[in-house]
Write a protein that binds this ligand. Structure first.
Ligand SMILES: CCCCCCCCCCCC(=O)SCCNC(=O)CCNC(=O)[C@H](O)C(C)(C)COP(=O)(O)OP(=O)(O)OC[C@H]1O[C@@H](n2cnc3c(N)ncnc32)[C@H](O)[C@@H]1OP(=O)(O)O
Length: 219
């Protein structure tokens, strides 16, 4: 499966690259927030655009020919830096850190004004995005990974922008299908719930490298 790249990098160098990735993405996240909420006038907008164009030109000096993909060391250590939810180097990603316990997985993340849907509330598609990753990662961690076949979300009440908590657990496994359920809550109150069916695709059912197989559905 293309897009999965084995790329052995020694731990010290990897820590350095991770720091750089997080730093540039953090700066751009700040820029996104500043852009959404700016009230400055035409002159400042023109000046900001000139500086952004200069920064873009610097980053364009050396680019990947396509998306980042999923890169892993021989030991299975994985980098999904382009992932829309987890991606360390993707300013679109909050980014989310998913924690795995024996029975369940969880995350806490602050969703700011760039994720707005209804006034002051998180966009429903963004919540679906977070669920997709949380539930998919939960299936992967439990050793029953898959790609999202079906994801349903029930929005029980509006989710205010700000800190949210997500939790998920595997409900059951039927053959190649893993059923995962989860909730998103704010201040202990559930605002949305979800069920996902994660299916181990045909290409991953045979002999594929373990690190790649473990990545299916995790991103
Ligand atoms: C490439 C990089 C990877 C790695 C990708 C990693 C990135 C992941 C990022 C986070 C998660 C995502 O967003 S994933 C991206 C969004 N999802 C996708 O793009 C998936 C697109 N769809 C597909 O690739 C495929 O349709 C699959 C894998 C879902 C299923 O195809 P398949 O593998 O051929 O399945 P098949 O053998 O026919 O069926 C197996 C069983 O599942 C049932 N089944 C089949 N489809 C569905 C379905 N949509 N919803 C429910 N159930 C279904 C069948 O009835 C059958 O049940 P029974 O007869 O056994 O009872």
């Amino acid at each position: 499966m293309s897009g999965y790249i084995q790329e052995d990098i020694d731990p010290e160098e990897l820590a350095h690259r991770t720091e750089l990735a997080s730093a540039i993405a953090g700066s751009v996240r700040d820029l996104i927030d500043a852009t959404v909420r700016t009230e400055v006038g035409e002159t400042d907008i023109a000046e900001a655009r000139r500086l952004i164009a200069a920064a873009t030109e610097i980053l364009r000096k050396d680019q990947l020919p396509g998306p980042f993909g999923i890169r892993f060391n021989a030991d299975g250590t994985k980098r999904s830096w382009g992932n829309a939810v987890l991606g360390r180097r993707n300013p679109i990603a909050p980014p989310v850190d998913i924690r795995h316990e024996t029975e369940h997985s969880w995350l806490e993340v602050d969703l700011g004004p760039q994720y707005e849907g209804p006034a002051g509330l998180v966009h429903g598609g963004v919540l679906a995005l977070v669920f997709d990753q949380l539930l998919g990662s939960t299936a992967e961690f439990q050793g029953v990974p898959g790609m999202t076949g079906t994801l349903t979300v029930r929005y029980r009440r509006g989710t205010p922008l700000g800190p949210i908590r997500g939790e998920a657990r595997v409900d059951r496994v039927e053959g190649v299908k893993t059923f995962v359920t989860g909730t998103i809550s704010v201040d202990g109150e559930v605002t949305a719930e979800s069920e996902g069916i994660f299916i181990l695709p045909r290409w991953a059912r045979g002999e594929v490298p373990e690190a790649m197989r473990k990545s299916v559905g995790e991103g």
